[in-house]
Design a protein around this ligand. Structure first.
Ligand SMILES: [Mn+2]
Length: 373
């Protein structure tokens, strides 16, 4: 696609701020240490200086954005929106923030690759007496939950309800009535509106009204992934109890996204390849997650794989989807396989993602094809 960037949303100041983390991995450890020893010397003043509430949440879908919005409504503070590859870097940066008092981490599942570092960062935060709440619904190693609870991280985790619904349930008393609608939209986007709490929330609203709102919200999130300020603006608007249709230009923008998706259908029809148990395709212009359902559906297989290169990272961002007939737990398989190949990944039984080192992508697909047989 050549003219892929269409902007309808009026808001300026994209130039300087970047949510996408910069390259500073090498110095990370020392930064953390420095903060620690500094804290030790100014111990008395530090505690009282900590005033900041921060929520780190998933930026790629309505569950992450809605969770950040509900946390903001309940507790105030700032949101930091990240994707899976950027998650650890953001956590490390936040961990060195000496103003941080309270941290919420939402809708960011952990994998074998990231969980140990995650626990380390949480340990540092807890040593600095930062209150930490981790809210998520992705499959998690029970030992990680134990380790987090041991250091008194507040873990709110239920694989049966989406994150925003869990945020809503946990902090209902601090939220206004409209929050149930935001949570409903998140549940719809995560295919979890049929769950015990999710379905109760959906019943409050007209189904079609909720569906169109969730869908328009999702298209605005997906279509603005490269505009961090816009995503933060969405968090603010939702936190102020706006419906998606009350946020300017959202429906117009959704129409543009729908047109793009119809072009992706054409491209998938032409470019998709198949193996015995799956369909797969490299995506060049759109996001992999926007194409993967078409790859699965149009390939006639029960598993679809779409992957897109992240040139600056030397990796492929991979999306995997399973049909209703898919009997294996794709999230678990992908977690192990991606870790074996030097990447990371995981997620749900029928929808998951991975980060795979560029040279290993073919191996990832052939191995996945074997493991889902
Ligand atoms: Mn989610």
């Amino acid at each position: 696609m050549t003219a892929s960037k269409v902007k309808t949303t009026p808001k300026k100041k994209t130039a300087t701020k970047k949510a996408t983390p910069k390259k500073k991995t090498a110095t990370k450890k020392t930064v953390v240490k420095k903060t620690l020893s500094k804290n030790a010397t100014i111990k008395k003043t530090t505690a009282s200086q900590r005033t900041k509430v921060i929520c780190i949440s998933h930026k790629e879908d309505a569950d992450g954005i809605s969770s950040a919005a509900l946390i903001r409504q309940a507790f105030g503070g700032d949101a930091i929106l990240v994707d899976y590859p950027g998650q650890m870097e953001a956590l490390n940066q936040v961990a060195s923030n000496e103003k941080l008092k309270s941290l919420f981490i939402c809708d960011l599942g952990l994998s074998k690759k990231t969980q140990d570092e995650f626990i380390d960062i949480m340990r540092t935060l807890r040593k600095n007496r930062v209150s930490v709440t981790y809210i998520d619904h992705h499959d998690i190693d029970p030992d990680v939950v134990k380790a987090l609870q041991k250091i008194k991280v507040n873990v709110i985790h239920d694989i049966h309800e989406c994150t925003a619904v869990q945020v809503y349930s946990a902090y209902k008393s601090k939220l206004d009535d409209h929050a149930s609608f935001i949570a409903t939209c998140a549940a719809i986007t995560d295919y979890m509106e049929d769950r015990p709490i999710g379905s109760k929330l959906l019943q409050i609203y007209d189904r079609q009204f909720a569906l169109i709102s969730a869908t328009v919200l999702t298209y605005n999130i997906v279509g603005h992934q490269k505009e961090p300020d816009y995503l933060l603006y969405l968090v603010e608007e939702l936190a102020e109890s706006k419906f998606p249709h009350e946020i300017p230009n959202t429906f117009e923008f959704a129409q543009i996204q729908v047109e793009k998706l119809s072009q992706i259908i054409d491209k998938v029809k032409k470019g998709m390849k198949t193996m015995k148990n799956l369909g797969y395709m490299e995506i060049l212009d759109a996001g992999a997650s926007g194409a993967v359902n078409f790859v699965m559906g149009l390939s006639g297989k029960d598993v679809g794989v779409a992957y897109k290169e992240r040139i600056d990272h030397g990796i492929y961002a991979v999306s995997v989807r399973g049909s209703k007939n898919c009997k294996v737990h794709l999230g678990k398989i992908v977690n192990l396989l991606a870790t074996d190949l030097g990447g990371s990944g995981g997620g749900h039984d029928k929808a998951c993602g991975a980060v795979i080192p560029k040279p290993k992508i073919k191996k990832f697909i052939t191995e996945l094809n074997k493991k889902i047989a």
